[in-house]
Design a protein around this ligand. Structure first.
Ligand SMILES: Nc1ncnc2c1ncn2[C@@H]1O[C@H](COP(=O)(O)OP(=O)(O)OP(=O)(O)O)[C@@H](O)[C@H]1O
Ligand SMILES: [Mg+2]
Length: 256
């Protein structure tokens, strides 16, 4: 069974169809990538899946369950985590604190238990802490664990965003432009992290990315979208060679 099924998804903003009848499935363990020109609707598709936006039409199934109408925190609890195109971290908190916040959807203690700091709460704190430390080790973030986000280089903050998402122990991770703004070397490292997430953690990855060398290297399948509509699906090479895709990119260059 597919891990994620997106069926005929649509949303309009003020009469403009940002996403217009997009369907695709993501299979367990694959890296599936959305590509397309600026404004194509890629981040909007992420916002619909993570339930920040209400779809105008269509259906989203995760692990066989219809999540189209679930609130965002329930979707996170089911095992979908994401990063944002513009990094969304708490700047004046440390890396460790940001990752502990990332575990929020896994909290299973009640407010009165926390108030009394019962043994169950202490045990649960310890478990959260251990898991977050594992994520820090996995992504080589130990040198930064107690540093404030605000003082970290951009490339490190991009990795911390992924760490925050991993801290919620997702089955599916949505990465919105993980390599944007990164140097060639940092992009290389990002490719390794994505491969490690897939191979070592067994995670399923849904990614949006413009860097076609990264896309070609890590993606099992690629879907190109333009003006909210699907254009072509297949391997990175097939999609890049598709005349409709070439035309869509040329069209945006000609008008921008
Ligand atoms: N909250 C919103 N309100 C109004 N319009 C929106 C909103 N979110 C997205 N849009 C519009 O929807 C369209 C798709 O935007 P989206 O951010 O999904 O594009 P994208 O493919 O992620 O582009 P990029 O590669 O530049 O990140 C754009 O025309 C954008 O202006
Ligand atoms: Mg975007």
């Amino acid at each position: 069974m597919s891990l994620l099924q997106v069926k005929d998804l649509s949303i309009s903003f003020g009469g403009v169809k940002a996403v217009d009848g997009v369907s695709f499935t993501v299979e367990p363990g694959e890296v599936f990538t959305l590509v397309g020109p600026n404004g194509a609707g890629k981040s909007t598709i992420f916002n619909l899946i993570s339930r920040l936006y209400e779809p105008g039409g269509g259906q989203i199934l995760f692990d066989g369950q219809d999540i189209t109408s679930l609130p965002a925190h329930k979707v996170a609890g089911l095992g979908i985590a994401r990063t944002f195109q513009n990094i969304e971290l708490f700047d004046h908190s440390s890396v460790l604190q940001n990752l502990l916040i990332g575990r929020h959807c896994r909290r299973n203690t009640r407010w009165f238990e926390e108030l009394l700091f019962l043994p169950k709460v202490r045990r649960s704190e310890r478990e959260h802490r251990l898991l977050v430390e594992e994520v820090i080790d996995f992504l080589d973030l130990a040198p930064y664990r107690d540093k404030l986000i605000a003082g970290l280089p951009y490339g490190v903050r991009k990795v911390v965003e992924i760490a925050r998402a991993l801290s919620s122990q997702p089955k599916l991770i949505l990465l919105d432009e993980p390599a944007s703004g990164l140097s060639v070397e940092e992009t290389q490292n990002m490719a390794w992290w994505i491969e490690d997430m897939q191979k070592d953690l067994g995670l399923t990855v849904l990614m949006v990315e413009h860097d076609m060398s990264l896309v070609s290297r890590v993606s099992n399948r690629v879907l190109a979208v333009s003006e909210g509509r699907p254009l072509a699906m297949g391997s990175a090479a097939d999609v890049q060679a598709d005349p409709k895709v070439i035309e869509a990119y040329l069209g945006t260059e000609a008008t921008s």
